[in-house]
Design a protein around this ligand. Structure first.
Ligand code: NAP
Length: 497
């Protein structure tokens, strides 16, 4: 009998990678639970059409949808948290989400929940870690009704993981670094491939009752991680310890030089204030065949993936807010409420003899290492202004130079919609006095590409911002569209997956 397995968080950093592995297994029926189907790769949709997996849209705050997602499931992965975006009340949300999920699993007759949380003791936990611990406790609270295998991992090393991106960017950009006290805190990182291997093994592991499994490779501190990473990258770096750098100052330092936003940088530093080491030997005892790879091997793998543009998932994949969902933009409520208030910069460009495929590929190659085709320095300045005002800036780049999917970050934009050969919609994630989108619509029947910047200003400040930017927009947007068409002539059609 094939086991029926549900993966939640299938659009997140860990979930995307787990899904990629499990769909290859013939002995499992895989169902993905997502909030927005559109964020999954085209290849996954194709597998659904071929009947090789199921996709269900559900939200842990909607118990009815959970009931449907969990029907006939034997084992359910819980790879969800509520810390993204502007959630200030993430602890309460995490509690409710876990309670709803556990209760729905019990009602549906699920036999095993597999959860991945954070590593560390409750007594010294940061509030983010505490919330992860509480989630584990809630999921495991009804042992007589449902079994929970709870993995606890510290810093995950892999292409696109937030902690690794921090280390990589610091090493890449700064030959000399002054380092605060927290870089000496001992922790046990783990390669993303090893995390996935543990999660996979837990589906069939012969274990009775609840179990907490701490996972990680050899203990080291953040400073050693930076030194090892520099070695793998072939760079010489000098770290100068100073006792005066407060966590707050360190966070600002991190947001200036790395892609992570202030909230994430603060959470990481908060987490590094106290030791996070394995508190049990259950990994070895119950999963003896998995030998976590050494740190430098994990770094090498991550860098190879980045260099080959093979990054499967990134820390910024999951929605930070609703901006990924087109519904808000298209909904009558939004259009009605803001009728007349949405300011637009619309430009039309003649496509000439360029094929639609090539033009679309050109549109979809914007950003990251490819740049913005003209006035890159102005985009850079905008990115720095954004970083300084607490935004995401340009550092996030793109997951891949070759392909794009809904939910991908592209510098300070997020892909809100892609319709092959037709439309790309980017939602702005930079700090703005309003909401903004940049849309490219290929109207091949008219031989035109329509490029529209939409702006929904917030109050007077929003309007002042828009009108003061008009001279820049005139230059940048006009050149952008023109260059996209020019670039299309020599580009190879894009691959989406
Ligand atoms: N990444 C790490 O470095 C790391 C390290 C140690 C432990 N962990 C643990 O691993 C687990 C997964 O983390 P991650 O990094 O993969 O997270 P992530 O990339 O932020 O993804 C979170 C996922 O949860 C989904 N989600 C959020 N709220 C939901 C809801 N109400 N209903 C349904 N789905 C919801 C998101 O869907 P949308 O796409 O719709 O937003 C997304 O797929 C977490 O428990 C985390 O503590 C991660």
């Amino acid at each position: 009998m094939k086991k029926n397995v549900l993966i939640t968080g299938a659009t997140g950093y860990v979930g995307r990678r787990l899904k990629q592995l499990l769909i290859k297994r013939d002995d499992l029926n895989i169902r993905l639970m997502v909030r927005d189907k559109n964020k999954l790769d085209l290849a996954i949709h194709a597998k659904e059409v071929q009947g090789k997996l199921q996709i269900v849209e559900a939200d842990t705050f909607n118990p009815k949808s959970l009931g449907i997602a969990l029907e006939n499931i034997d084992t359910a992965f819980y790879l969800i948290h509520s810390m993204g975006g502007k959630n200030s009340d993430f602890e309460a949300k995490d509690r409710k989400s876990a309670e709803n999920f556990r209760d729905a699993c019990i009602a549906a007759g699920v036999k095993r929940i597999i959860y991945l949380g954070g590593l560390g003791a409750k007594e010294s936990a940061s509030k983010h870690l505490l919330s992860r611990i509480e989630t584990g406790e809630i999921l495991s609270a009804c042992e007589d009704k449902i079994q929970t295998i709870w993995f606890r991992a510290g810093i995950i090393i892999g292409s696109g993981s937030a902690s690794f991106e921090i280390v990589r960017h610091l090493i890449h950009k700064l030959p000399i670094m002054i380092t605060p006290k927290w870089v000496n805190t001992i922790t046990q990182p783990i390669a993303i491939n090893d995390v996935i291997a543990y999660l996979e093994s837990a589906i069939t592991a012969d274990i009775d009752g609840n179990l907490i499994v701490d996972i990680g490779t050899s203990a080291m501190n953040f400073k050693q991680m930076m030194q090892e990473t520099a070695k793998v990258m072939g760079l010489e770096r000098f770290l100068i310890p100073v006792p005066v750098l407060t966590p707050k100052l360190s966070s600002y330092w991190l947001i200036l030089f790395t892609p992570v936003p202030l909230k994430m940088a603060s959470a990481l530093i908060e987490g590094l204030k106290s030791e996070t080491i394995l508190l049990n030997d259950h990994a070895q005892r119950y999963f003896p065949t998995i030998k976590p790879m050494p740190f430098n091997q994990a770094v090498k793998l991550a860098i190879d993936e980045i260099e080959q543009s093979q990054v499967l998932s990134r820390w910024c994949d999951s929605s930070e807010d609703n901006s990924c969902d087109l519904t808000e933009f298209d909904s009558p409520a939004f259009v009605g409420e803001s009728a007349g208030a949405v300011l637009r910069d619309v430009r039309k460009f003649s496509i000439g003899k360029v094929s639609t495929d090539k033009l679309f590929a050109s549109v979809c190659s914007l950003g990251g290492e490819n740049g913005w085709f003209a006035f890159n320095f102005l985009w850079e300045i905008r990115g720095i202004i954004d970083k300084l005002s607490g935004g995401v800036g340009l550092n996030r780049g793109r997951r891949s130079t070759k392909n794009l999917r809904i939910g991908d970050a592209v510098d300070f934009w997020k892909v809100a919609d892609i319709r092959d050969g037709k439309r790309l919609l980017l939602a702005a994630q930079m700090k703005l006095p309003g909401k903004a989108w940049l849309e490219f619509d290929i109207q091949s029947e008219r031989g035109t590409m329509v490029q529209t910047a939409h702006f929904h200003p917030r109050g007077l400040l929003g309007r002042i911002y828009w009108y003061s930017m008009l001279p820049f927009h005139n230059i940048i947007f006009q050149m952008l569209g023109r260059k996209i068409v020019e670039h299309a002539v020599s580009i190879r059609p894009i691959i989406r997956f």
